[in-house]
Design a protein around this ligand. Sequence first.
Ligand code: ZN
Ligand code: ZN
Length: 269
Amino acid sequence: MAQRAERLGCETVQIFSRSPRGGKASALNSRDIEKMKEMFDRYAMWPLVVHVPYFLNLASADREKRLASVEILIEDLGRSEALGAKYLVTHLGHLAPGEEPESPQAIARVTGSIQDALDAYHGPVKILLENTAGQGREIGWRFEVIGAMLENLPADRVGACLDTCHAFAAGYDLASDRAVEATLREFDRCIGLARLGVIHMNDSKGECGSRLDRHEHIGRGKIGVEGFKAILGSALLPPGIPGILETPQDFPEDDQENVTMLKSLRLQV
Ligand SMILES: [Zn+2]
Ligand SMILES: [Zn+2]
């Protein structure tokens, strides 16, 4: 992974510490970890970000299911620490069938789950709550909701991850200079830019407000080149926020093209 990231010209990396789709996590090999850390130092790649598996549901109304998700979150916090990661990005989960969108009960369940994990894990890895596109029964597409969750969680241990595709699909325009400024101000008002740890840089196949979680290659979606230039050049963003690509891989060269595209846009701002 570290070798491949270096070849692609990455400056930071996000990984899964286990299969994202399920099953028991295999033990981490300490020699592999040491080798990876050495390479990261040599290539000046920092920070390492870990993403929780997709099947977690921290909002589940079923207590057993919710606690099983909390267990995985705690386990992944430990694995992230062993890997030397700075952040663990987590999705928030899904509402119960028939539950009203962004329901206060579901918000409280997510906050409770995160607090449960914090009570069990006391290491340095920071949890980042990722905004969603609001597709289906997903919770956490409105910035106010992420803000309400974070308000009750310690700022030194829990922050936010902004996914550009998800925000755009949720109705926060990012396709122009003015739109990016307005959206980041709204993020600041609801969540606080000081709590932003990572940005997931993904273009969007769906229109603004479509509530479709469909990532597109940088510059080829509805956010487009102007939007990403505005994001990369925004004076509102705190300096040094890592940007992670979660763009599609339709062809083997796609990752390289997306990394190169983002870096060239950064030079143009
Ligand atoms: Zn994401
Ligand atoms: Zn997504």
